[in-house]
Design a protein around this ligand. Structure first.
Ligand code: SF4
Length: 382
């Protein structure tokens, strides 16, 4: 059945806030840098990349040259080809919608950028920001290096763990860790406790239609909350290693943090001066925390126009199934298979797709769908 909702419905509203700044890095929820504030106002992704949000340390990435190349050329795996030394949960959810669309979005960032200007996406971002401000103050902190930016996220984790230990609700909790050999980053919308004292992950989804999403979108939502759970549980179980963070995010552990970051850390009673020292401290704090693993995964759907809750849905996380699914998605990134378009029964997605004219897979599936429709015509009905 065709879904009317736009194809960005799988993007967490929390991550929408992040996407405005950087489609790979979690954005510090409590503390934003002066640079990020500037970028938010500029709303210009190219400018964002030009000043260094790209995972490469190189400040400028030649998007044009990337556009001219084919994903499989020069024998590079997509991970190397697109310089994805780590992945975001959001990107994986895009992949679950249509792998080919995700690839074309990376090759043609302007098309994707225009899609993100969709009023539905903007409305979702506004609603989410409002919710975030209900529980957090945003404190601007100047960051000069990538280590500074990552340190701010770690400081956010520290402060939110304290709130969780007090039984409070936190929003936009940054998560990170290695799953099936790949380093992931993400942002959990909300963590709170049920009346029984169980830790509940809630993911807010805003919708233009006053109805629940169809199966295809719901699949991406389930994947998203499942991955968040695996990442969060790994953090509190002590499976995240300092060397993973340093290696995958290409950071310098001995680099001394900027004055503003150090001052903020000092106000929290933290005296570590280097990124490596802070990472050690935060990982130790996580693994010794009283906060346990996530017990429930909840999706909350909000109607954008009225602001009312459409419904809440609980998701069961079957780790083996989830990891199997993840390995299949990662096989593409590792160059073990070609990117896939949508299945024939989901060819309706192609009609919503901005790449429809340039995607051969979409054209083929549309033609196959039309042929199938002809075969299925009942001759007696003519
Ligand atoms: S046209 Fe269809 S197969 Fe091609 S990228 Fe878009 S949704 Fe995927």
């Amino acid at each position: 059945m065709e879904e009317k909702a736009n194809t960005w419905g799988y993007v967490s509203d929390a991550e929408m806030l992040g996407i405005r700044l950087n489609d790979e890095h979690c954005v510090p929820p409590l503390i934003k840098t002066q640079k990020e504030k500037h970028l938010e106002s500029s709303d210009d992704r190219f400018k964002r990349r030009a000043i260094g949000y790209w995972p490469d340390t190189s400040p400028t990435v030649n998007i044009r040259s990337l556009n001219r190349r084919h994903p499989t050329e020069e024998g590079l795996t997509p991970q190397n080809r697109f310089r994805r030394w780590h992945l975001s949960v959001t990107l994986l959810c895009e992949q679950s919608w249509c792998e080919m669309k995700m690839v074309l979005g990376l090759l043609k960032p302007l098309v994707k950028q225009n899609e993100m200007k969709n009023p539905e996406v903007k409305a979702g971002t506004t609603i989410h920001l409002k919710r975030q401000l209900e529980v957090h103050d945003i404190v601007p902190i100047q960051a000069h290096t990538r280590e500074d930016r990552e340190a701010i996220k770690l400081l956010n984790v520290m402060s939110m763990m304290s709130l969780l230990e007090e039984g409070q609700c936190v929003r936009e909790f940054p998560v990170l860790g290695v799953l099936e050999g790949m380093f992931f980053l993400g942002v959990i919308d909300e963590l709170s406790y049920s009346t029984e004292g169980e830790l509940v992950l809630s993911e807010l989804k805003t919708r233009k239609e006053n109805s629940l999403p169809g199966k295809a979108q719901a699949k991406g939502h389930d994947l998203q909350v499942g991955l968040y759970k695996l990442l969060f549980d790994g953090m509190v179980n002590g499976t995240v290693k300092r060397s993973d963070i340093i290696r995958h995010l290409k950071l310098q552990p001995k680099r001394v943090l900027g004055t503003a970051v150090l001052n903020h850390a000092g106000s929290m009673g933290i005296e570590e001066a280097t990124f490596g020292g802070l990472a050690d401290l935060v990982l130790k704090r996580l693994s010794s925390s009283k906060v346990g693993t996530i017990q429930h995964l909840k999706l909350e759907y909000i109607h954008q126009d009225s602001g009312t809750t459409i419904d809440r849905r609980y998701v069961r996380c079957e780790e083996d199934v989830l990891r199997g699914e993840l390995r299949d998605y990662l096989a593409f990134w590792r160059g073990q298979r070609e990117p896939r378009g949508v299945d024939i029964e989901e060819a309706w997605k192609c009609r919503l797709c901005p790449f429809q004219q340039s995607c051969q897979w979409g054209k083929d599936s549309a033609a196959a769908g039309a042929a199938e429709a002809c075969v299925n015509v009942d001759p007696d009905s003519k």
